[in-house]
Design a protein around this ligand. Sequence first.
Ligand code: OGA
Ligand code: NI
Length: 348
Amino acid sequence: MGSLCDWPEPVICVQSLSESGDLVIPDQYVKPPLERPILCFNNVNIPVIDLAGLVTSREAIMKQISKACREWGFFQLVNHGVRTVLVDRVPEIWREFFHEPMEVKQKYANSPKTYEGFGSRLGVEKGAILDWNDYYYLNYLPHCHTKWPSQPPSLREVMEEYSSEILRLGAVLLKIFSINLGLEEDYLQNAFGGRDIEACLRANFYPKCPQPDLTLGLSSHSDPGGMTFLLPDKQVCGLQIRKNDQWITVKPTRHAIIINIGDQLQVLSNAIYKSVEHRVVVNPDKERVSLAYFYNPKNDLLIQPIPELVTSKTPALYPSMTFDEYRRFIRTRGPHGKVQVDSLKPPR
Ligand code: OGA
Ligand code: NI
C-alpha cells in the first residue's frame, strides 16, 4: 500500500484488500445501485468467427466480420493464426507477475502521467468510486522506453512473441475492415500510420471479492483506441458487453481471441462500426486475469470520418482530432460509459 504524490489520494492495492479477509468492501468500491452488476442468465453470446474459413469460404467470413463490426462491435476469433501456446501462456505469465510479492510490484508503481507500470486506479478524480482491479500498463510501440517488469524472467520474451503475432493479425483485420467498408485494402492501415501504429497493453488482475454484487472489476467503458485484442481468463467469465440496453456475459471459446472495435474506428467509419460499452464483474471465490492489447493509430495523426463514408444522408458525426488529443481529453477521468466518443457528436 503506497502513497503516490500525483494521485489525488493514497493508492490501495486491491489484492491486499482481497487478502485482508475482510468480508465488507470499503465504501470507495461500492457502486451506486444502478451501476451494480445484475446476474444475467441469457444464452446469448458474441459472434464466434473462424478465420480459417477465409481461405475456403471467403465471402461468408467477410460478411460475418462485417455484421459483427456493425451490430456487435465485438467478436471472438478462432483459428486466428496466433499460436495457441502463446494464447495459453500470456495470461498465465501475467498471473505469475500479480502473485509476486508486493515489494516487487511496487517497484513499478505508476503515476497518472503515463499510466505505465503497476496500478490500482484509473482516473484522478478525488473521492471517485474505484474498480476492484489491479493492472499493469505498458506502452509497447513505438519501441522507446517500454517499462517491462523483470519478473517473471521470460515475461518480456513471451510478450514480444505474442505482440509480433498480434501485429500480423491486426494488419489482416484492418485489410478485411477496409474491404468491407468499400475502401482500398490498405486504407485503414495507412490511416493508422502504416508501419508506425501505436500499441500498448494492459494486464488486468481482478482479485476475489467478498461482495461482488456491490462493485465492478472494471466500470463500463468503451476502448479509446483503434481495436483491442483481449485474452480472457480461461476459467473465469467476467466480461460483459452492452447490447440493446442489456448486459451480455461473454462466454470465451477455447483459444479464441476477443476482438473489439475502439472509438477511433468508430470515428473513422463514421459510426458504421460500433465501439461498444463493456465492463467486468468479479467473483467471491475466483480471481480473474486478462490481457488487453490495444492496436492504435499513431498518436499525432488526425482521425476523422473517412470522406468516402460521409454523404449527404450520413454527414460527418465527429470533428477531427489526433488520438493523443483524444486520450488526453479522456484520461483525467476513469472509465465512464460511452460518453467520451459520443460527446464529440454535434448536437442534433
Ligand atoms: C480493458 C477491458 C476486459 C477484461 O482492459 O479495456 O475491457 O475482460 N478488459 O478484462
Ligand atoms: Ni476495455
